[in-house]
Design a protein around this ligand. Structure first.
Ligand SMILES: Cc1cc2nc3c(=O)[nH]c(=O)nc-3n(C[C@H](O)[C@H](O)[C@H](O)COP(=O)(O)O)c2cc1C
Length: 199
């Protein structure tokens, strides 16, 4: 098939685009509102941008012209914690995507234990193997939505030692990350192999 998105509906674009942009890593993003409510939601329009300093991007859509709580909080406070989504927490991660009013915390709804971060004013989900404290780097409005495209700089990594390999590096198999496919489909890591790049 061939598909031209230019004159297609947003829904038709999503049906194709989300099924070929796969697998997508999932950022489980914790922020705090100006009223002190701890917010948590997953985002799979999430990707690496540069390594030094480490910067990642988040593409956060609007809800009936309103910014989602994560985008609003991040833009207002400039801070968040991103957790690597894992297969073992997949049900809770998806549950935390529910649309609730900004004065209710997904930490309470999902009955999650939270910990203080070292630097930023947003909570860490207890017992997650990877949590990254972040500061907002840049905010842009992108596309027809528009989408809040937010670059965040990772200023502190917290990695549970039990998820490290013998060299002390994060171990993909132990981390067992969750990834998003199209529609409501998810996947786990599958086979891992090595390919050497040409000299
Ligand atoms: C696995 C998963 C990935 C998601 N990825 C995105 C995304 O990249 N961008 C987005 O706008 N919404 C995404 N969503 C939907 C948000 O999580 C959802 O709108 C959530 O209610 C936003 O919460 P907030 O208003 O507290 O920020 C995703 C949902 C799930 C379950």
């Amino acid at each position: 098939m061939k598909f031209n998105p230019e004159n297609a509906s947003a829904l038709d674009i999503v049906r194709i685009f989300y099924r070929v942009l796969i697998p997508r890593p999932i950022a489980w993003v914790s922020t705090k509102s100006k009223n002190g409510i701890d917010n948590l939601a997953p985002f799979s329009f999430y990707g690496g941008v540069c390594a030094n300093p480490p910067i990642v991007s988040l593409g956060i859509g609007r809800r009936k012209d309103n910014q989602k709580d994560t985008a609003k909080n991040l833009i207002e406070t400039g801070e968040c914690v991103i957790h690597l989504a894992t297969e073992s927490r997949s049900e809770t991660i998806v549950k935390s995507s529910l649309e609730i009013d900004a004065d209710t915390s997904e930490f309470d709804v999902c009955e999650l234990e939270r910990k203080e971060a070292d630097i930023v004013n947003a909570k860490i989900v207890a017992e997650m193997p990877v949590a990254m404290e972040c500061k907002m780097y840049k905010h842009l409005e992108v596309g027809k939505g528009p989408v809040d495209f937010i670059l965040v700089e990772i200023i502190k990594f917290h990695i549970d030692d039990t998820y490290l390999d013998s060299r002390g590096y994060p171990d993909a198999e132990k981390l067992n990350p969750l990834s998003r496919l199209g529609g409501r489909e998810y996947s786990s890591i599958g086979n891992i192999w090595t390919i050497n790049r040409p000299e």
